[in-house]
Design a protein around this ligand. Structure first.
Ligand SMILES: *[C@@H]1O[C@H](CO)[C@@H](O)[C@H](O)[C@H]1NC(C)=O
Length: 138
């Protein structure tokens, strides 16, 4: 019949869909890696320094904030490298331009902030970019 030529290609469609889906899945598994890394590991210190410099630049607080505790660091590799930081930062006794003997503030000026940052990092070029920042006063 005339319908015949149309019938042949159709069984291919589900196969194609399945192939595309499988390729997509395989791609995800192959190209995304996330692992927890220690604060002392390669490039993490520089990236943390960048993050806090940016944080302090943007902050209108007259005191410097510093990392008090690192709760979690994850390194994510896709087509680029990204760090996810979970940090406890505190207001210090140092004014913006001071950098030595910066102890956390106590008493009325005590301030603790929990922050999550996602940072695009190309440490070998000293290039970083904060992609996400979420901070909550605690
Ligand atoms: C940061 O991320 C963690 C999960 O890794 C979550 O439990 C926490 O609530 C987040 N904190 C903020 C300030 O978004």
């Amino acid at each position: 019949t005339m319908a015949r030529p149309w019938q042949a290609p159709w069984p291919l469609l589900p196969i194609l869909v399945t192939l595309v889906a499988l390729t997509y899945q395989a791609g995800k598994k192959t190209f995304i890696s996330i692992e927890e890394v220690p604060a002392e590991s390669n490039h993490v210190k520089d990236t943390l320094q960048f993050v806090m410099d940016e944080y302090n630049k943007e902050s209108d607080d007259k005191y410097n904030f510093r990392i008090f505790r690192v709760l979690k660091i994850q390194k994510q590799i896709t087509d680029h490298m990204e760090y996810h930081f979970n940090l406890d930062i505190r207001r210090t006794t140092c004014l913006k331009l001071e950098t030595t003997n910066c102890a956390p503030q106590e008493g009325e000026l005590h301030k603790q902030i929990m922050c999550n940052f996602s940072v695009f990092a190309m440490p070998w070029f000293e290039k970083y970019k904060i992609k996400k920042k979420k901070c909550i006063n605690s």
